[in-house]
Design a protein. Structure first.
Lengths: 309, 285, 674
């Protein structure tokens, strides 16, 4: 187990290095941010002073080396625009992203699991067909369009829910639903197939033969076992939401980390872009690693394989 | 296994009707766009801006789906938009599919050091948060048609590589491959003659499943303003254009979104059906 | 068979891929065995068959291929081979079920007897009808209790009598597009985003909301001497800084101006403040500023009454005491609102200063929210979660449709399409740009053609929502005393003549031009204007390539004058009353930026006007010479004067605004509706 774990962690570190290298190179090549910081009237001398102050006048490899060394020491640098430590910016925005991801995952599961269970149990019925439609629609709908239509319906026409920003629970519903609907379809399909697999298994037949009540079979034996892959999948979804909520955050003006990165690209605030991508990628990779470990723990075959190696 | 008896794509050995119809219509629209579209997609008269669709009051038959904020006809833009969506997805799948297939075949067949290296690379590629990296990469390089295709292909090829490698590993164990090796055929010959044709069904399934994803990803990039540049009638751009005007001119955002939804829906249904037909191992999904 | 046997048996099975064929075999074997045992009469044999079924089931489950979920989700690095799949199945009932069942069985007797005792104790009825009556009685009891509780709460709750009028009440929430770089030190804010700075800080002078004249603010009077070379300010006495950090003195003013002017300053007024040669503090409330050359309009640089007026007065000894970090974390000023909180990138919160020397606000709190998307701002206003939003002319119709009140600030910016490349004296001059050819006649024909091709009236009506006036010479506003009717007349709309002119100028088939689509703070309509202009130019045969580019990238270009052949829609705000004061910043060969043109004649005008102390003389020069020359020369496609708008909600009563000031201000004068 341990060599596997170490190997995966090293691989994750390497991934992150690749990611930040790519982002570093591209942001540096795209232009000097100093122009946005100074007024139209600033002289060339002012530009030079600021550039030197920010350390942007050194050659690219030197900047890269300094940056990697700082990351290793835990120093993410200071924002070019606001001159505050980048960590502060990220720390301010990360909770919003995590909150949104968590609620979206929760909604996803709450939407997907019952529908999946129902459609597995009553296969072929009209509700099964409806569930199938729900699932396919969920994976085909552009999430930003769904968000806009929800704003149109609930925000503009009905005036029930706020159209954006972060605040109380009513601000969370629409963005979490938009994010979660797309993946609830996947959860529904997974639950359905997992339930079907479990319900078709022999120990269920055994239990029926023994004369157990159908409800107990369904919930105690069936669902509990079928839910294991769904839970691990849901955790992976949460991790995915952390990185992929950029579009939803933009539509609903949610003050999260994805939007911070997008805004920082516009203002050419490199340290924030680099650190933000680093943090999100790190969370993403760590999350995937946890999920993989969970899978290998739960799957006896891999466990045996790993232990016999 | 008992589960196979409960196929939930009920009774469809023949081609599914609606997805095929929609896809055919889309391809038709994309190819014959100049003849089908009543107006030019980029020329507009701002004196005729925000005309509603024909079924509302103030709608005219000249602009059946209305006009956008610069007076451009929405129907024509949607028709030309199919070109962009299909072109982008076909090119992306082409590039990513080719690279991914080659990598998968070589890595699966060869094994050893090459396999290890290529798989590390694939894992790195698979471990990136897709939309975030896509946005960052396209935003810092200048948003253009070519950059969008390159970036999405760059993020997508590992998925192909992984699946193809898995298939290759399974096929490699078969007897006819062993026979070919014994008979002294070169690896290239074996790969191209034996392995690749057996990989094709899975490849087709993956391609079809990814087309929908690529269309949505390109739409998201255009929506955020870092995709295909204006005034190209990309659907994502049209949705973003109408974003501030949901109360007065909702058709600018709603109709292209519907078009995108229908396209991706048709492609996904088609992919499901193909998967059912071609790849029995994945049938339970 | 014991469980231990099964475990032992399975551990000796060798590790190998189990293909589906084998598991299918097991399945059919199991089915057959089931059928067999159903018809078997001999008990021992049936038991043996069941044991065999159980063993086969366990084997099958342990080594069956499990499903691959990757196709569903396609994310992340998963296990390597496709034949190792991933739904684990537990053949044995879970441990928790065992424990739960055991617990239930062990305690059922205890629980049963306990519930009997409890029921007797609570005197619960046992029969159905008794139980029903009891339930109803309980329901009424609870209802009665609830009513009592509500009455109690209502009577005890404090009276909601309104506070005496005149006391600040309530919160005013404003959604703006950007906070700028969110810094509070005078040498760090450029000034373009002064919407969030104005509530808290004050300048020396201001402008009257009705007449637009310079009026005293922190300086109660001022004198201009030596033809503009010496300015003397007499400060108001007893103006406190927030938080009890002393009063405004001449030392504070001197320190502020020196900081703005220091090297490396990002403040927009730095170049002008660097012209100060000396500042004398004669007594604590008097400051004398001297310039080398006459600076007749210095008053416009220290006024609160215009956009981007960033010479706010800061407290010297506060910064000395708490340091730069302290000021950035908790800034102070002299304005009617004091700093409460700043969450970077999200909100800035101010609170009313209740005994302010100038104006006590009507609202207790002023909250700025940063919401970059205009659509979201509008939705928030409509929903009532904000009271004021920054918005642009392109949303005017939408605002009208949804019934939102609109505040219009007329004539605050001038829209023109920059034709880049008109810098003949610079090294980056490209002689092939059609509108900047060395042959002045031909170039002028091209510029005239580009002007005639665009329907300015339509652009103002359709793109800017009717909020503007089409006009001729750049930056000559309709109500200006130096704008004669001739220069105010917009260039006509005549595409046929435009095409003919292009042919005459030597471009019968048009030419290629790149049009940048760039938004500027507070002027988000500019990309739309650019797009509309592009469609008009395409109609006369030009090939227009649109390039959405953000301001950061373009800043580099317009400083280095490296965008020859590129056109761009721009809106120049009013930063000073007279047009040449804007030209000196962006249409002057010695200026840092180029956003219009450079020409020796214009340079001469600017220098002449800058040295002319008499207002009437300046008006005459502008009216009779500069205006007509600019109109004739036609350096850009001039669209016209535009208004800025803001969307306001129900809470806002009256709001006096200074004419010509782009951007929101005068928050302390907003009254509440009853």
């Amino acid at each position: 187990m341990l060599p596997y774990l170490v190997g995966r962690v090293l691989q994750a570190l390497f991934c992150m290095l690749v990611v930040i290298s790519i982002v570093f190179i591209l942001t540096r090549l795209s232009g000097n941010p100093v122009h946005l910081l100074l007024d139209v009237n600033a002289t060339q001398r002012d530009l030079e002073i600021l550039t030197h102050h920010l350390g942007l006048d050194q050659p690219l490899p030197v900047q890269y080396a300094i940056y990697v060394r700082n990351i290793a020491l835990g120093d993410f640098g200071t924002s070019v625009l606001t001159r505050r430590p980048v960590v502060e910016h990220i720390w301010e925005r990360l909770p919003a992203t995590i909150e949104l991801g968590f609620v979206a995952m929760f909604l996803s599961v709450v939407l997907g699991v019952p529908v999946g269970v129902y459609s597995a149990v009553s296969r072929g019925g009209i509700l099964d067909g409806a569930a199938r439609v729900f699932s396919v629609l969920g994976q085909s709908m552009p999430p930003f369009w769904l968000g806009l239509m929800l704003i149109l319906l609930f925000g503009v026409m009905l005036g029930l829910l706020p159209a954006g920003g972060r605040g109380g629970p009513q601000h969370l519903i629409l963005p979490a639903f938009t994010l979660g609907y797309f993946t609830s379809a996947a959860i529904m399909r997974l639950t359905r197939s997992s339930m079907l697999e479990v319900l078709g298994a022999d120990y269920i037949r055994f239990a029926r033969l023994k004369g157990l009540h159908e409800q107990i079979i369904l919930w105690k034996h069936g669902l509990k076992n079928a839910l294991l892959p769904v839970i691990t999948f849901a955790v992976m979804l949460f991790v995915q939401f952390l990185g992929g909520a950029v579009v939803t955050e933009t539509v609903f003006a949610w003050p999260g980390l994805g939007r911070l990165i997008l805004e920082s690209i516009t203002t050419r605030d490199y340290p924030i872009v680099q650190a933000g991508v680093l943090v999100l990628s790190a969370l993403y990779l760590a999350g995937n690693l946890c999920v993989d470990l969970l899978y290998s723990y739960l799957n006896p075959k891999i466990r045996y394989r790993a232990s016999s190696n | 296994m008992t589960v196979t008896k409960t196929r939930w794509l009920a009774g469809s050995q023949k081609v599914p009707f609606f997805p095929t119809l929609i896809l055919a219509a889309l391809v038709f629209a994309a190819i014959l766009a100049p003849y089908l579209a009543p107006h030019s997609p980029t020329e507009g008269d701002i004196m005729r801006k925000s005309i509603p669709p024909i079924w509302m009051e103030r709608g005219t038959s000249e602009h059946p789906l209305g006009t956008d904020r610069f007076g451009r006809d929405v129907l024509s833009r949607i028709i030309y938009g199919t070109r962009i969506s299909l072109a982008v997805s076909i090119m992306v799948i082409g590039v990513a599919g080719t690279v991914g297939t080659v990598v998968g075949l070589v890595s699966g067949y060869r094994g050893g050091a090459i396999d290890a290296v290529l798989m590390r690379l694939t894992d790195v590629g698979l471990s990136l948060p897709t939309i975030l990296i896509a946005v960052v990469l396209v935003a810092v390089s200048e948003p253009s048609f070519r950059n969008v295709i390159l970036v999405i292909a760059l993020l997508l090829w590992p998925r192909f590589a992984r699946q193809v490698r898995g298939e290759t590993l399974a096929i490699k164990e078969q007897d006819f491959v062993a026979l070919a090796v014994v008979a002294g055929r070169s690896s290239a010959w074996i790969i191209s003659r034996h392995i690749f044709p057996n990989v094709v069904p899975t490849l087709l399934v993956i391609c079809t499943l990814q087309v929908g994803y690529v269309i949505l990803l390109e739409g998201s990039l255009s929506f955020l303003g870092v995709g295909v540049p204006p005034p190209n009638p990309a659907w994502g751009l049209m949705i973003a254009d109408g974003r501030g005007f949901l109360a007065t001119a909702w058709w600018i955002s709603l109709l292209p979104g519907l078009a995108m939804l229908l396209t991706v829906l048709a492609v996904n249904l088609m992919g499901d059906w193909l998967r059912d037909r071609l790849d029995p191992k994945l049938r339970q999904l | 068979m014991e469980r231990a046997d099964i475990v032992e048996k399975t551990q000796t099975v060798p590790e190998e891929h189990v293909h589906e064929a084998t598991s299918l075999d097991r399945s059919t074997a199991i089915d057959e065995l089931f059928q067999q045992q159903a018809t078997e009469r001999d008990r021992a044999k049936r038991e043996a068959l069941l044991h065999r079924i159980q063993k086969l089931t366990v084997e099958r489950v342990m080594f069956a291929p499990i499903m691959d979920n990757r196709g569903l989700i396609d994310v992340g690095a998963r296990v390597a081979e496709h034949t190792i799949n991933s739904i684990p199945l537990h053949p044995f009932p879970s441990l928790e079920a065992h424990i739960l069942k055991g617990w239930e069985r062990a305690t059922c007797n205890v629980r049963r007897s306990f519930s009997c005792v409890w029921d007797r104790f609570a005197n619960r009825p046992y029969t159905w009808s008794q139980r029903r009556k009891g339930e109803l009685r309980m329901r009424w009891k609870w209802f009665g209790l609830l009513m009592l509780a509500m009455l109690a709460v209502l009577s005890v709750a404090p009276c909601r009598a309104g506070a005496p009028t005149g006391q600040p009440q309530g919160t005013l929430t404003v959604a703006v597009a950007t906070f700028g770089n969110e810094r509070w030190l005078p040498e760090t804010y450029p000034g373009a985003e002064d919407v969030v700075l104005k509530p808290m800080m004050e300048n020396l002078l201001s402008r009257d909301a009705r007449s637009g004249e310079l009026i005293p603010l922190l300086a109660e009077r001022w004198e201009v001497m030596d033809g503009g070379r010496t300015w003397k300010f007499y400060l108001r006495k007893g103006v406190p800084f927030h938080g009890g950090h002393g009063e405004v003195t001449a030392e504070d003013v001197k320190y502020t101006f020196a900081t703005i002017a220091k090297e490396g300053s990002a403040n927009g007024l730095a170049p002008e403040f660097r012209q100060i040669t000396s500042m004398e503090v004669t007594d604590p409330y008097t400051l004398t500023i001297r310039f080398a050359r006459p600076f007749v309009i210095f008053g416009n640089r220290v006024t609160q009454g215009l956009f981007a007026s960033s010479a706010f007065i800061h407290a010297k000894h506060y910064r000395d005491t708490v340091g730069d970090e302290g000021v950035d974390r908790h800034p102070i000023g002299t304005g009617p609102w004091k700093f409460v909180e700043h969450i970077r990138g999200d909100r800035i919160v101010y609170e009313a200063v209740e005994n302010h020397w100038r104006a006590v606000p009507h609202f207790k709190r002023l909250v700025f929210l940063k919401v970059p998307e205009p659509a979201t701002r509008m939705a928030m206003l409509r929903a009532g979660s904000v009271d004021v939003i920054e918005t642009g002319g392109e949303y005017a119709e939408e605002l009208k449709k949804v019934g939102v009140r609109m505040l219009v600030m007329p004539n605050t910016a001038w829209v023109w399409v920059i034709l880049g490349g008109q810098w003949p004296g610079q090294p980056t001059y490209d002689a092939n740009v059609p509108w900047a050819l060395p042959d002045a006649e031909r170039a002028r024909k091209v510029r005239l053609a580009l002007n005639l091709a665009v329907d300015k009236h339509a652009i103002i009506q359709q793109v800017l929502g009717g909020l503007g006036t089409p006009a001729g010479a750049v930056n000559f506003y309709p109500a200006d005393p130096w704008a004669s009717p001739e220069v105010l007349r917009p260039y006509p709309y005549d595409p046929a003549k435009a095409k003919a002119l292009l042919g005459e100028a030597g471009y019968p088939n048009g030419f290629e031009v790149t049009l940048n689509l760039t938004a500027w703070p507070g002027r988000g309509f500019l990309p739309d204007v650019g797009e509309a202009v592009a469609t008009y130019w395409e109609k006369i045969g030009l090939k227009v390539k649109r390039r959405p580019v953000d301001r950061a990238v373009f800043s580099a270009d317009f400083r280095k004058r490296s965008y020859a052949g590129v056109a761009l829609a721009y809106a120049g705000p009013i930063i000073a009353p007279e047009p040449w004061e804007l030209f000196v910043r962006l249409a002057y060969s010695k200026a840092a930026a180029h956003l219009l043109l450079e020409h020796p004649t214009l340079d001469a005008f600017i220098e002449r006007l800058g040295a002319e102390p008499s207002y009437e003389a300046r008006v005459r020069i502008m009216r009779e010479e500069l205006g007509p020359w600019l109109y004739e020369y036609m350096p850009a496609v001039s669209i016209g004067a535009t208004h800025s708008i803001a969307g306001v909600g129900q809470k806002i009563g009256e709001w006096p605004l200074i004419p010509g000031h782009m951007g929101l201000h005068n928050w302390e004068y907003i009254t509440r509706t009853r």
